[in-house]
Unconditional design. Structure first.
Length: 195
């Protein structure tokens, strides 16, 4: 019987379904979203919103970046977006080690390919990576607006924090940037966010 060299990786990534996020799903008994669901949702959203990209993007590369960007949470866990900066610095180190381990489960050429894509996403210096990162950061805006502030309200997140986190949109998708700012004004008016 022949072996499949990607099998270990395929088995490993199933663990992403067990990584819980802060965001809750009101349409599913308010349970916590998992990171695999998040990645799928962001990837599909990127496909639907690609027309808003200010610069040309290779949407297939964007989708791959999105689908792999949170695999590192299998080892590192999910860190709340608005955690302290020192926690984010520590998380970056954990995630890099996780990326090397997880993509190292693949045959060398493909493992290096996906590690390089993951690093590109993290650096957010190319048009593809900036759009991918912007999509990852904007999805919670859509979700929290549908849940009366959701994790924002629970954690006392401010409008300024969300604006800062979504600044990639300003240059890579200005129409979405405008939409987000309008939504945040609604959230403030409804008491879901503070100024």
């Amino acid at each position: 019987m022949s072996s499949i060299p990607q099998a270990a990786f395929i088995h490993e990534i199933d663990k992403l379904k067990a990584v819980k996020r802060q965001l809750r799903l009101p349409h599913d008994e308010n349970r916590q979203e998992n990171s695999a669901e998040h990645s799928w949702h962001v990837a599909l959203m990127a496909l639907m919103l690609a027309e808003y990209a200010e610069q040309p993007v290779d949407i297939s590369r964007v989708v791959v970046m999105i689908l792999i960007h949170d695999l590192v949470e299998i080892d590192a866990g999910d860190l709340f977006a608005f955690a302290e900066q020192v926690d984010h610095a520590e998380q970056e180190l954990k995630e890099l080690a996780a990326a090397k381990r997880i993509f190292g489960l693949l045959p060398e050429d493909s493992g290096q390919h996906y590690l390089t894509l993951w690093l590109e996403f993290e650096a957010a210096e190319t048009a593809d990576a900036r759009f991918a990162k912007a999509m990852d950061r904007v999805l919670p805006v859509f979700q929290n607006m549908q849940n009366e502030g959701g994790s924002w309200a629970r954690h006392g997140v401010t409008k300024a924090q969300i604006v800062s986190r979504n600044e990639y949109l300003k240059t890579c998708a200005p129409a979405l940037w405008q939409y987000v700012n309008e939504q945040l004004d609604v959230a403030v008016d409804n008491g879901w966010l503070t100024e």
